[in-house]
Design a protein around this ligand. Sequence first.
Ligand code: C2E
Ligand code: MG
Ligand code: MG
Ligand code: MG
Length: 286
Amino acid sequence: RAKLEGRGAVRFFQQKLHDELVRQHDLSARLEEALDNGEFSLHYQPQVSAASGRIENLEALIRWEPAEGPTISPGEFIPLAERSGLIHRLGEWVIEEACRQQVEWRAKGFHEHRIDINVSGRQLVRPDALKNFEDSLQRHGLGPRDIGIELTENVLIEADETVLEDLRRLYHRGIRIAIDDFGTGYSSLSYLKHFPVTALKIDRSFIHDAPTQPKDRAIMEGAIFIGHRLGLEVVAEGVENAEQLSLLLEMHCDLVQGFFFYRPMPAKEIERLLGGFVPGNEEPSS
Ligand code: C2E
Ligand code: MG
Ligand code: MG
Ligand code: MG
């Protein structure tokens, strides 16, 4: 009997695996057309100053809203785009769209915030990726106070000399370079010494458990301390409640980002925020 159940389980998992592969194949095949059809958009999630609550940065997060069916998350389609190579076109689209949006916002009088875009390791395999980024900024008349980038630790570790040179050039031009998901990569602290970065974003797993787990709290505190000692800006991602925020305030974290403050939102909603609209005043916060 146990054997039969075992075989049933195997068949069940094989079916699941099969369904998943079919879905991936299907999404992969639709990605390029989706780009041509304008099915992608950028949502923006504010990063606020822990001390003042002011919106300092907006992280651009890509969304795929197919003509039919529900929104597909980047966690699902970015890896597919990386595998198919479409990530290069997609990455260029993200840069262009972020630049266009920032120019529009500046023209409307919103001068305070910067936009940070995510750049994945696969994108930097193209030696001209960061140069294209700089070209886009220039073409739009934008500078370091307008757009920054987020890279994960692994990207830095795997970066070759060309990429590092480009990063150093961006760094010396004052462009913000943040390490995303800090603390979760396969890296040693010594890379903080070598790589041109301006900010650390502490991974949300540490933030999540900090109120209840002394070890997570210790790592969070250590990351803030080391970041500050190295002259870096420290951001906490995934802040979801007041307990987490109070710890971060106590530890003098610079910027906080998470559902406790704002979810990623379409540009139109961001605009209302930048215009001084306070969400809690109109509708009960959700
Ligand atoms: P990430 O850069 O670490 O982005 C943070 C993710 O955490 C976002 O998910 C965001 O919606 C989510 N998040 C924000 N606050 C909270 C919170 O309080 N609690 C929880 N549980 N989650 C929160 P999203 O938008 O699904 O993006 C997932 C990942 O996809 C990003 O992780 C990033 O690695 C990648 N990604 C997103 N947009 C782009 C893009 O334009 N280009 C590239 N290359 N990658 C992107
Ligand atoms: Mg990010
Ligand atoms: Mg992150
Ligand atoms: Mg992440």
